[in-house]
Design a protein around this ligand. Structure first.
Ligand code: HEM
Length: 397
């Protein structure tokens, strides 16, 4: 038994912030469990890692997503796991297809979906908000971006749930490994259909744009495309679902905040930015140390697997006064919740838009949220923190 803190222990997942604070104070660059990962807890050190991809490679993410039992997972071939120069080339092509017009084009349709979702929420009766509210707008965004048929939406929900706990699956957890293997095969089958269909009949959607886009005569390979579709599925969906659930929980916990936002909906973007800083979904990012290096006064061996605790960096008292306090009047926005540097989130604007539109719809209809039946439950993941159970009762004005 080691004395190291275990970041996957249920009591840590339930509230990791005191542990992060302790790490920032006493062991800002140190080894934790599982697997003796090297965590980086202070904001200044996290930024150093982001700014030096030549020492801190994104291959660390590839290793995390390519365990021996899963040799063929397209996410492990995506731009997320790449370093320059391959990453630079791929990002240029994807960036071109993924222009700001995507956000503007999607907003009216997303607003329609958000109003339908909110209209279908029960009044005065307990419901799991994750299933009934948070998941549907992000699924619609993904569905619109990729022109996926509506009939697939319930399957996408299932995929999101299965992939959500990937980083907590152990080497001997054969039951859950089997579920992942089956789900990867199913997802790949549907994404293959999307690619074949758009090659034959291009539409006004992101996939057609990706197939069309060339930069310096280069286009995306099949592996690049499949990797990107899996990256969207995991990076675009789970993050936004978790953020929406955390927002709903905060509104339940702070009814005066809910009243303030209902009275002044133009404050919703500030609320979202402070939520991202205070309780953002992205908690840890893997990296691999390519050389023996010193960080925060600690020598880290070559080949060390690292976990950048951006959720800790977002609450670093050295950078943010009184960081545990939720205060949407702080100067902002803080962009660190979306990463930094060459891998900075490509969907940051889209995420802010979809969450704003969903909250606008929720706040327009409901005046209060109160706790529902049963306890809330958090997921078990080193990468992403989010609610799996959020029983709430919504009340009309
Ligand atoms: C609240 C929602 C979101 C959060 C907190 C978030 C967070 C992040 C973070 C921290 C990274 C950096 C990863 C790294 O450095 O290893 C990232 C990358 C990325 N995100 Fe997001 N994300 C969100 C939503 C989205 C959405 C909606 C999309 C797409 C529609 C998206 C697409 C991407 C892509 C493609 C990358 C990889 C960029 C690269 O490797 O160059 N994200 N995201």
């Amino acid at each position: 038994m080691s004395n190291r803190v275990n970041l996957l222990a249920p009591e840590v997942r339930a509230n990791p912030y005191p542990v992060y604070a302790e790490l920032r104070r006493n062991a800002p660059v140190s080894q934790v469990d599982p697997d003796g990962l090297w965590v980086v807890a202070r904001q200044a050190d996290v930024l150093t890692v982001f700014k030096n991809p030549q020492h801190f490679s994104s291959d660390g993410i590839r290793q995390a997503y390519r365990p021996a039992w899963l040799p063929d997972y397209p996410l492990a071939d995506s731009m997320l796991v790449m370093d320059p120069p391959h990453h630079t080339r791929l990002r240029a092509i994807i960036n071109r297809a993924f222009g700001t017009s995507v956000v503007a084009r999607l907003e009216p349709r997303i607003r329609e979906v958000a109003h339908q979702v909110v209209a279908s929420l029960p009044v005065g009766r307990s419901v799991n908000f994750v299933d009934a509210f948070s998941i549907w707008v992000p699924i619609a965004v993904l569905g619109e971006m990729l022109s996926l048929p509506q009939s697939l939406h319930p399957r996408i929900k299932h995929w999101a749930e299965v992939y959500g706990e990937f980083t907590s699956i152990g080497e001997n957890d054969t039951e859950r490994q089997k579920t992942i293997l089956e789900t990867v095969a199913e997802t790949r089958f549907h994404f293959n259909q999307v690619l074949e269909d758009r090659r034959r009949t291009p539409r006004d959607d992101l996939v057609s744009e990706l197939l069309r886009t060339h930069v310096n005569g280069e286009e995306l390979s099949y592996t690049d495309l499949m990797g990107f579709l899996f990256l969207l599925l995991i990076g675009a969906l789970e993050t936004a679902v978790h953020l929406l659930s955390s927002c709903a929980l905060m509104l339940q916990e702070q009814p005066e905040l809910m009243a303030r936002l209902r009275a002044a909906p133009t404050l919703i973007p500030r609320f979202i930015d402070e939520m991202l800083r205070h309780s953002g979904p992205a908690h840890g990012l893997f990296r691999l140390n390519t050389d023996e290096v010193e960080l925060g006064g600690v020598r880290i061996p070559r080949g060390a697997r690292m976990l950048l605790l951006i959720a800790s960096a977002n609450r670093d008292e050295a950078a943010i006064p009184d960081p545990d306090r939720f205060d949407m009047d702080r100067p902002g926005p803080q962009n660190l919740p979306f990463g930094h540097g060459i891998h900075f989130c490509l969907g940051a604007q889209l995420a802010r838009m979809e969450v704003r539109v969903a909250l606008e719809a929720l706040l327009a209809r409901f005046a209060r949220l109160t706790p529902g039946d049963g306890p809330i439950q958090w997921n078990a993941s080193l990468v992403m923190r989010g609610l799996t159970q959020l029983p709430l009762v919504a009340h009309l004005p």
